[in-house]
Design a binder for this molecule. Sequence first.
Ligand code: BTN
Length: 326
Amino acid sequence: MKNEILRLLKESDTYISGQQLCDDFKVSRTSIWKVMEQLKKEGYGIEAVRNRGYRLISSPDVISEAEISSLLKTCWAGNRVIYFDEVDSTNNRAKDSGERGGIHGTLFIADRQSAGKGRRGRTWSSPPGESIYMTILLRPSITPSRAPMLTLVMGLSVAEAVREVTGADAKIKWPNDIVINKKKVCGILTEMATEMMYVNYVVIGVGINVNQRQFPGELAGMAASLCGETDKVYRRSEIIAAVMERFEKNYETFLVSGDLSGLKKAYDAVLVNCGQEVKVLEPGNEYIAVAEGIDQVGELIVRLPDGQRRRVFAGEVSVRGIYGYV
Ligand code: BTN
């Protein structure tokens, strides 16, 4: 009931009568009053006026289940939200749930991670209050070889959502970092459990730097936040909801063909360095080529100086701008 009441308050520009809420939810005035008190405790500004009812006047930057659920317009993505004030890693919680029959689309969110994980065994700095740490659990009916493409589906979804909410020129650094002004604002870590021919579950973890003004030591030159790059403070829940909406839509497009052919155009449109020279760093081999976009399975197509085309596989390869990380 709390989630529903919060949604109604958010969707209404005017007062909602207490009696109306009692009738709708078939509960007493005291129960409605208790929900309002709970919401106030969580930081929502709620005005109560005799004979008029309740009105929402401010929302805090919280990412609780009630807050996310009150914003989501999706059918399945994030339809179940599991929120933690603190957790080791949302990917770990999602994997546990995957092992225990957790449902497709469940979203795990934390305000802080004590053991945030990055790609290639790195850690992901996860202080509280300013960032998004979330992981979605998926149970796709696809073969294991196709599952890594879902990382690119999420990368595209984050880039689109960030562009929509902030207006910033967010781009994808292939395969799946999101950058603004050549600095990383988001990283994605996908993990999965597979059998030979069958995917048991996939978890896609997303870390987005939202309102930080400063980054520690080695991250300082390379990392950025949405706030730092646009000079505006954002409500994290709004960004989470926008990502889930984009992801649900893009995932459905992905399932039509089981590859990225339906998303390739949108992906290339926000691919940083598309049409420009990049440095491809393979183990033991480094070369310069022009990035031309992705193919239907998400490999990067590059053109060598002699005109030949080559497909670059993600994994051990890293592709950079010729002058630095992007
Ligand atoms: C990267 O190295 O670029 C990927 C970083 C992924 C971080 C996110 S934060 C939410 C989820 N939980 C984790 O432990 N990692 C991912």
